[in-house]
Design a protein around this ligand. Structure first.
Ligand SMILES: [Cu+2]
Length: 137
């Protein structure tokens, strides 16, 4: 009985190896393994989703606080005028046409406090359109 189950196990192993050999055309194994690792790492990274409004010369919210390494996704809704959103230290600049939605996504990999501002001359209140990203260790 024991002998027989060993043989069936061997048979299964051989079939699996044959399947692997047939399924792989050369070097596809290594990239596939890398892909799995990457997606696991991405799943573990915390994600912060923010819905951000620009109206009455104010961002809402006007502060985002995250831990270093967080993937930040910001959905913008620019209601009263066309604006822009810029965080120089993160090389982020996006234009926000009035009434349209825009989205940015980045990894907060630099620790510190970074000011963002409106990057489009939109009127008298433009200098007031500021906020800050706080990235903590
Ligand atoms: Cu502006």
């Amino acid at each position: 009985m024991k002998q027989r189950s060993n043989w069936s196990l061997l048979f299964i192993v051989v079939v699996l190896l044959a399947g692997t050999a047939l399924g792989n055309s050369g070097e596809s194994e290594t990239p596939a393994a890398n892909t799995v690792e990457t997606s696991v790492a991405a799943e573990e990274a915390p994600v912060k989703k923010v819905k951000m409004y620009a109206r009455n010369w104010k961002w809402s919210p006007d502060e985002i606080r995250v831990k270093k390494g967080t993937r930040v996704i910001i959905d913008f809704i620019s209601e009263d005028a066309s604006h822009g959103f810029q965080i120089k230290a993160y090389k982020i600049k996006v234009s926000l046409p009035q009434g349209k939605r825009a989205q940015i996504e980045f990894v907060a990999d630099k620790v510190g406090t970074f000011r963002w501002r409106c990057s489009r001359p939109c009127g008298n209140g433009c200098p007031k359109l500021i906020g800050r990203l706080v990235v903590m260790e």
